[in-house]
Design a protein around this ligand. Structure first.
Ligand code: NAD
Ligand code: DAU
Length: 355
């Protein structure tokens, strides 16, 4: 049994699906189902005998204690977090509550559980913390990509809260010997991505005939990784990673936001052309920049590649095509997540960005 937190979110749901498909064994999904958590993302595995769902908060120590005692996992993979930078800029409290305090409480309970395991199980146990490249801050265009030894310099409330969680995980290892692993990954994309994030938001806005809101000059660069490749990296680090180490995960797919938006438009022109035959790129619209907007992220994944033999299976062209096809083929999932609360966020956030 492994315990996955935040498994109803974008990456967690993909991870659980892959884990079961690869024959990984029983998995419990601990998720409190915030606006970003969606059990419909796991509908195809919900009835599998390996799968169990437990609704709860990583910060609720009594709940976590009971769940650990009931399920006796051999590993915990911690995805649970508030994950959207724009939301952290509007209101950072939830980010501190879940990403910092929640991770601390989870670590405390996992440590108590791990300390009481028999020696062989204790030695085999792992706590894998899923983190982000944003903890390293922003690169200039000519800088080399982030390595694992890049200094931490988070710039948003989101990345600051993730940096704090990384430090707490590191401290749990150095102080108490908890066998931890941390992965710092670049921007993911793929199926089940909540449409507040760039790629799914642009796909949906394009199809709905709405403006495609590009922040600032559109030249900010992100290093895109197809979500299944992130999942394969996590599986590998869990199995073979050296305890106490951090591993950067990225696919060497640096793109400016404008390149990404135009690539989406081109794919939609081919796969679902507008009735009036006007290219979707006509909908591109420049809006006010994100405050403190990091210019560039880029990951050097050499350690993961050379030490553990990981390789990304998708490049940006193949991954983006799969992604656009998935959104075109899954209107019911989209309908389910674009509820009143989602529409309210989009209306409020982009009204301010246009001002
Ligand atoms: P997401 O927002 O789609 O999902 C987060 C999940 O965590 C949701 O199901 C939510 O209900 C759950 N959750 C939130 N607070 C919780 C709490 N207190 N207790 C229990 N569950 C809670 O996020 P995502 O994009 O899937 O990201 C998952 C993890 O990966 C995060 O830690 C994020 O920082 C990290 N990460 C994301 C990316 C990316 O590009 N999306 C890249 C690198 C790292
Ligand atoms: O780098 C990893 C991080 O990637 C993860 O840790 C975060 O959880 C994840 O949300 C993501 O953060 P970003 O801020 O990079 O992702 P987002 O999709 O919000 O934005 C990607 C880029 O697109 C960024 O430069 C801002 C820009 N953007 C975004 C939106 C939503 C726009 O230009 N317009 C938009 O409407």
């Amino acid at each position: 049994m492994i315990l996955v937190t935040g498994g109803a979110g974008f990456i967690g749901s993909n991870f659980i699906r892959d884990w079961i498909a690869q024959g990984g064994g029983p998995v419990t999904n601990l998720d409190c189902l915030t606006y970003a958590g969606n059990l419909a993302s796991l509908a195809d595995v919900a009835a599998r005998p390996e799968y169990r769902f437990a609704r709860g908060d990583i910060g609720d120590r009594a709940f976590v204690r009971q769940l650990l005692s009931d399920t006796r996992p051999r590993a915990v993979v911690n995805f649970a977090a508030e994950s959207h930078v724009d939301r952290s800029i509007h209101s950072g409290g939830e980010f501190v509550r879940t990403n910092v305090v929640g991770t601390f409480n989870l670590l405390e309970e996992v440590r108590a559980y791990w300390s009481a395991l028999p020696p062989a199980e204790q030695a085999a146990f792992r706590f894998l913390h899923v983190s982000t490249d944003e903890v390293y801050g922003s690169l200039d265009f000519a800088d080399p990509p982030f390595t694992e030894s890049h200094r931490y310099a988070p710039n948003s409330p989101y990345s600051a809260s993730k940096a704090a969680s990384d430090h707490l995980v590191r401290a749990a290892h150095h102080t108490y010997g908890l066998p931890v692993l941390t992965t710092n990954c670049s921007n993911n994309y793929g199926p089940y991505h909540f449409p507040e994030k760039l790629i799914p938001l642009m796909i949906l806005h394009a199809l709905q005939g709405k403006p495609l809101p590009v922040y600032g000059d559109g030249r900010n660069v992100r290093d895109w990784l197809y979500v299944a490749d992130h999942c394969s990296a996590i599986r590998l680090v869990l199995e073979k990673g050296r305890v106490g180490e951090t591993y950067n995960v990225g696919g060497r797919n640096e793109k400016s936001n404008l390149e990404v938006v135009h690539a989406i438009c081109t794919l939609l022109d081919e796969l679902s052309p507008r009735a009036d035959a006007v290219p979707y790129a006509a909908q591109v619209s420049y809006v006010k920049d994100r405050p403190g907007h990091d210019r560039r992220y880029a990951i050097d994944a050499t350690k993961l590649e050379s030490e553990l033999g990981w390789r990304a299976a998708e490049d940006f062209a193949t991954g983006l095509r799969k992604t656009v096809q998935w959104y075109l083929a899954n209107p019911a999932w989209i309908e389910g997540v674009t509820s009143g609360a989602y529409r309210q966020w989009v209306d409020q956030h982009y009204a301010q960005a246009a001002a």
